[in-house]
Design a protein around this ligand. Structure first.
Ligand code: AMP
Length: 283
């Protein structure tokens, strides 16, 4: 079956209503397009878990800051559609215009408080408000029983889990492992911005995380020491740090020591030129 493309909110709502009426279980994979293997891994899992897979492709303006890369964010709808088709996606919801999602007079916002604090929430003010709002809208438009997100955007995953739980969406949120290039770089649409030498230096993020993981495995409990190990990698590769933190894996609160039996996560964000990349790893 060729993938079907839906360009308006009204038509998407009609289709999902019809699918629900016929007893079909929908899985939703929200994306901003320029798809790579990371996105496709979510779609394959969606296919295995539901009757119908809906992928949304929407570069959501409300989650970008005024000085961020909204206008140059990479786009390739044709390529994305064939990738979706290759993994058996049924419907791609790609709003033809941001006004489909934010018509004139739009004024309703969703804010997830605690887990949006710190990390990317602090460095990108308003980002998670934009994310939570667009995802809540997508949940209402598509009405899936399951939605899949990547651990690559670890804080975002926690924000969405809180959103689904707190607003009683009744949607299961599935987090999927980060897909990496063979050399360890986490796949990201933004990797397309990197020059060959920046691409090489960007390996410092995953290398730093692996070093921290290794140290923790070998009994290092002091967060300061773990963070220092990541910083050392960033500095050596001249990656400008945005943040390096070790947090409780669930609440995302900063830790000073890690303890056995209490899941912790190390998260990093850094700049290669103007390109901002993030990555994280369980400790
Ligand atoms: P984006 O298009 O960047 O908004 O990402 C859409 C979804 O794909 C989000 O749930 C991301 O966390 C997920 N994703 C992005 N990159 C990866 C990756 N390398 N591995 C797994 N999931 C990813």
């Amino acid at each position: 079956m060729p993938v079907q493309t839906v360009r308006t909110t009204a038509e998407m709502q009609q289709r999902s209503e019809a699918l629900r009426m016929s007893g079909k279980r929908i899985a939703l994979v929200p994306t901003m397009g320029f798809l790579h293997e990371g996105h496709l891994s979510l779609m394959r899992e969606a296919k295995a878990r539901a009757d119908v897979v809906v992928v949304s492709i929407f570069v959501n303006p409300t989650q970008f800051g005024p000085k961020e890369d909204l206008s140059r964010y990479p786009r390739d709808l044709e390529g994305d559609l064939s990738k979706c088709e290759s993994v058996g996606v049924d419907v791609v919801f790609a709003p033809a215009d941001p006004k489909e999602m934010y018509p004139d007079g739009y004024q309703t916002w969703v804010e997830v408080t605690d887990v949006s604090k710190g990390l990317c929430g602090e460095k990108r003010p308003g980002h998670f408000r934009g994310v939570a709002t667009v995802v809540a809208k997508l949940f209402n438009i598509v009405r899936p029983y399951l939605a899949l997100f990547g651990e690559k955007d670890y804080q975002q995953l926690q924000v969405i889990k809180a959103l689904a739980r707190d607003l009683n969406f009744g949607i299961e949120i599935v987090g999927m492992p980060t897909v990496r290039d063979p050399d360890g770089l986490a796949m990201s649409s933004r990797n397309a911005y990197l020059s060959p030498s920046e691409r090489e230096r960007a390996l410092a993020l995953s290398r730093g995380l692996r070093t921290a993981h290794h140290l923790a495995r070998n009994g290092v409990r002091e967060v300061r020491e773990l963070v220092q190990a990541v910083r050392k990698e960033l500095e050596a590769a001249q990656v400008r740090e945005d943040y390096v933190e070790v947090v409780d894996a669930e609440t995302l609160r900063s830790l000073t020591t890690i303890e056995p039996g209490r899941p912790a996560r190390v998260l990093v964000a850094g700049f290669l030129g103007t390109t901002r990349l993030i990555d994280n790893l369980a400790l």
